[in-house]
Design a protein around this ligand. Sequence first.
Ligand code: SF4
Ligand code: SF4
Length: 334
Amino acid sequence: MRKNYEDAVTTHPMIVQCMAELLINECKATVLIADSPGGDFTAEVMDAIYNTTGMREVAEKTGAELNYNFKEKMYDNEAGLYLKKVKVSEFISNVDKIISMPKLKTHSMMTYTGAVKNLFGIIPGITKAEYHLHMSGYDKFADALIDICLLAKPTLTIMDAIVSMDGNGPSAGNKKNTNAILASADPFTLDKVCCDLIGFPFDIVPTVAKSIERNLCKLNSDDVEIKGEINVNLKPFEMPDSISDVFLKTDQFDGKYVDENIKAKPVCDQSKCVKCLVCKQSCPAKAISFVNNQITIDTDKCIRCYCCQELCPFKAIKIRRSYLLRALLKDHEW
Ligand code: SF4
Ligand code: SF4
């Protein structure tokens, strides 16, 4: 994502640099640093992203390479439950092992984004929108993310939780000093442990709930061996405004009334909008239009992926809870 690493949206380059140095100097490995944004996936876009996120400097200091292979390839995914074929970036064919380095953050659609969600980055650029559209809804999308993670099979996941993001993540939330780094060979269990540490019940984090349902991670934390500092307490960790959708299981209901009166919805704060149209171009459901010099969102078409909020460079997309939701949740800390 094209955000300065100081914004706590992307993994801090110092952590990537340490890992690259270790792999290059101690393991004599060749390291390829790769990322894939939600929009266009081109050399021009990636030049800007590598510069802004500090990855170009990491590459220059360590001798790691930066990925400029933008081809797609269809892979069979035997381990997947729903996605038996997945269109991913071709560069993963050219590496022996994947080390995934997510940032600990909240996520408006999925409550939390961590080890499993980070592997959505192997889906090239705008192709991500196809998965949002065809696996829409947080439960189906969680299954898709799990299937993609099973295809990627990361050797190791290192979670940057030194400065995390709570509230309206993954890009419009609050920076939070949490001073931790968490690592595991098992991305599913790592997410469960992280959610325990930040105080998010697993049943409102769809990727964790589905991982447990699919027997990919253990429900009971006592069954998980944690090495190192085990007294890390990352609470309180503020939830995103859209949490009510997952909490009330609004995915189970369909129709115009639910869309307009119960589900949270994205709205454009016209005072902050600079009319760059990034949100319109990124919307998988084509629910955003530009009419009378204003961004307008069609709630009927909107699939609540919150890509518009994530990708708006000016934090102009807000999540608004319905009156009914506010009333239902008025005594709840969320
Ligand atoms: S991405 Fe943000 S600033 Fe750009 S048009 Fe959309 S709401 Fe406005
Ligand atoms: S309007 Fe925003 S939340 Fe709705 S489908 Fe489009 S990108 Fe997703």
